[in-house]
Design a protein. Structure first.
Lengths: 154, 154
């Protein structure tokens, strides 16, 4: 994993342009070590781009319930927001997260978790994004977040 | 890792009581799959209990800078808050995180990251915790958080 070099991967801006056309989302998530490692991917499910975090026993925070560690849900929610911004807007840099607020609504069960981000405002410099995460029932989210991103730098 | 069973580990309440006395913090962080997996541990450094996240290349979010993924910092900050509550208060359950707000202040470099949590208010049911994370210079935090935890359930 540490042998991946820039020479074998197109620059991110080019990769994002390609993925916007080809919808081979896996190429994008594979280019980011931490999302690849966490099993977080982007999929087109029933015509909608969703983020999925595959369940892995190492993601358990509380072994007794058992429940997913809150940190894994934070990573999923933030990643969903970044991918939504990269794929739905014209930004060609990785947006920089400024702040992230997560409300933990229900325990995460030991199973796959989905997330969908909505860009609620896109300015020239800053974007606001809302994200929901759920498992069995989309109407009963297990976590929700709002995040601020810096889109470009002076 | 998935073979760890409750039979080989004391119940968490008992483990926490033991660690409060013996200060063998590693036993506690090893009992939580996700923190063990993320290389997040608790250490007594110069007479102060700090949380440390060991650097690992898989924790990179942006390979170009390179910078740690925000999700890894969120996991560190949340874990530091949980360990502080477990070790400094009388709660014997794992506190349940209700909400977490993270301000990302500087890019996380590819090196170890430290965190220190402060319980700013402990009520009967809810605790408020503030957490700072830094690398080279403690006076220049790379992220800070405030979190709400539920300490017990009706």
């Amino acid at each position: 994993m540490t042998t991946m070099s820039e020479s074998t991967t197109p620059p991110l801006a080019e990769l994002v342009r390609q993925v916007r056309k080809t919808r081979e989302y896996k190429r994008l998530t594979d280019a980011i070590p931490y999302t690849r490692f966490m099993g977080i991917g982007v999929e087109n499910l029933a015509g909608e781009m969703l983020c999925r975090m595959a369940f892995n026993p190492r993601n358990i925070g509380n072994s007794l319930i058992p429940a997913l560690h809150g940190g894994t849900l934070g990573a999923l929610l933030e990643s969903a927001a970044v991918f939504e911004l990269l794929l739905q807007t014209n930004t060609e840099r990785v947006p920089k997260v400024i702040s992230l607020t997560v409300d933990f609504l229900r325990s995460g069960k030991p199973q796959d978790t989905f997330a969908k981000a909505f860009v609620t405002r896109q300015g020239r410099r800053v974007a606001n994004v809302r994200v929901d995460a759920w498992q069995d029932d989309r109407t009963r989210p297990i976590a929700s977040a709002h995040a601020l991103f810096l889109l470009s730098e002076p």
